[in-house]
Design a protein. Structure first.
Length: 322
């Protein structure tokens, strides 16, 4: 059935993980009639979107609106996000999300043209896509990496670095895990209050151009998340070995999109990635921070389309006969 909760229309499927967790993925159908959608989309080039941690799907709305007209666009929900279940095994390690992406990539291919999709990763999604490339380069023929680094969150890239770096951060996450249930109600109150947006602006995480409605939808979705799922995903990211070495193996068309004012994944970290990917296309979005997908969504969507066109991955629909 077509799900019309969001401003775009989509078909939702579920992939069953080995631990019996149901992981949702969504095929965007645009204006196509439901009964014709599968057949019409099958011949199009596929694009698979991987979220950032805690990200609600409205972050993709500009990219989806642009590409769904002539591509088969799919996005998926991490465990505990959107319509995906919390992890049945309580395992949120990075490799688990890579497992899920690998399975979903394989499952979506037979419903399309049989070829692997162009992968687009945002924030945490960058690490998930890179690790999929390490494991199964045959499933990643090209990729776009947006506002995410091979080691994010990376204490060595912070302006104020904790003594002991990543080891200290790992120990802190493990030590604070028992406190998550007690702290969760307070975090929920902040996320659902009028303070959420102003705090994002004051902290510098949001630019003035960040749409209030988009950020409110994001904070509401974050408030609905299972707090343990969110915490354990963050802990899994911190504890996973960095993926810098994967960049040295990349031999496929790659687009890097950085935000000039990103405080979570600083421009210098993205620029370091650029140095290890000399063949990659490079785009810097001005006046945008980590929420660039909604702050500068149109520019990012246009950059992705230019990249796809330059590599022959943009489908041109046949002109209707009269």
């Amino acid at each position: 059935m077509v799900d019309e909760i969001m401003p775009y229309r989509r078909l939702t499927r579920f992939s069953l993980a080995p631990d019996a967790t149901r992981v949702a993925y969504h095929v965007h159908v645009g204006d196509l009639p439901e009964e014709q959608a599968e057949e019409e989309l099958a011949a199009r080039t596929s694009v698979l979107l991987s979220n950032g941690i805690g990200t609600s799907e409205n972050f993709w709305r500009h990219v989806v609106a642009d590409l769904e007209q002539d591509h088969r666009v799919v996005h998926w929900d991490y465990r505990g996000h959107g319509q995906s279940e919390v992890s049945s095994s309580d395992d949120y390690a990075l490799r688990v999300h890579v497992d899920d992406l690998e399975r979903i990539t394989e499952e979506m291919m037979p419903h399309g043209d049989g070829r692997p999709p162009h992968h687009v990763g945002f924030s945490m999604g960058v690490r998930v896509v890179l690790e999929l490339y390490r494991r199964r380069p045959d499933l990643v023929p090209s990729m776009t990496l947006i506002a995410g680094g091979p080691a994010s969150p990376d204490p060595s890239a912070w302006r104020v670095q904790p003594p002991g770096g990543r080891d200290t951060l790992c120990r802190a996450f493990r030590a604070l895990t028992p406190l998550v249930p007690a702290v969760a109600p307070l975090v929920h109150e902040v996320l659902t209050s009028r303070l959420a947006y102003p705090l994002g602006r004051v902290s510098g995480l949001l630019r003035a151009r960040a749409p209030l409605a988009d950020i409110q939808e994001f904070t509401r979705a974050l408030a609905r998340m299972d707090p343990r799922a969110f915490w354990m995903m963050m802990r899994g990211l911190v504890e996973a070995p960095p993926s810098w070495d994967v960049l040295l193996q990349v031999r496929v068309p790659t687009l890097l999109i950085a935000a000039r004012n990103d405080h979570l994944v600083p421009l210098r970290e993205m620029d370091r990635m650029r140095g290890l990917l000399p063949h990659a296309h490079w785009v810097v979005i001005e006046d945008a921070g980590h929420a660039g997908l909604v702050e500068a969504g149109t520019e990012i969507a246009e950059a992705v389309r230019r990249f796809l066109r330059s590599h022959g991955l943009e489908e041109r629909l046949p002109t209707p006969s009269h």
